[in-house]
Write a protein that binds this ligand. Sequence first.
Ligand code: HEC
Length: 223
Amino acid sequence: MKNYITPLIFMFFFSCSIGQSIDYETQIQPIFSNSCMPCHQGSNPSAGLDLTSYDNVMLGSNSGAVVDIGDYQNSVIWQEVSSGDMPNNIANNNMGIPDLTNNEVELIENWILDLQCMVILCEENYQCVLGECLCINDADTDEVCDESDNCPNTWNPDQTDSDNDGIGDECDSTPLSIDETTRKYEVMKTVNLLGQEVNPETKDNTIIKIYQDGSIEKIKQIK
Ligand code: HEC
């Protein structure tokens, strides 16, 4: 049993501390290995950029970093592959290396965003995905985590809860507060048969109570 648990615990801490959803070795390096060789390797790689490992990619080219963590549009490597400049167009004819597919460009895009997760520490119940802290559990996808969602199964990003009972209006069968419902039945005015306002305590023969919701009640008092 122990033998199963130890690696599991290790994996748990590993995935928590790294928190990345894109794996460089299995998802990104193969793109570079397939489409960027033989130019970007060896003792004199093109532009001084060696694309044979994560560390080398991060070392950059002769003109500096090619990856701007969290900002793919500013990353030279993304600019080169999304514009189709790389793999080198001229080389296409010579070497038959096709442009990257849209999926591959998108993967590089996401990888650059995801790299931010190395430095972002998300709060409890959140996980870092592509550089953003997202809820681990969010059944209704309203970006309010289930744990703190006042309607966990109903999309209500504004979380309106008029009666403050902890159940959001969207899924509350009685969204109005008890205060508000009773207030409707509060007496607004007490009048006599002539429509003159009288003291509610008055001992007039007949008084009429006018309620806030517009209803009236005629009360015959017995002296
Ligand atoms: C056939 C050779 C060849 C292939 C294949 C190739 N490159 Fe290049 N790459 C070059 C050359 C030559 C330069 C320098 C001149 C230029 O920018 O066009 C360069 C420049 C670059 C630069 C610019 C570096 C800087 O700082 O200016 C980046 C980034 C780059 N390549 C990335 C890639 C990626 C990623 C791939 C694969 C998807 C790739 N290259 C495939 C030859 C190649």
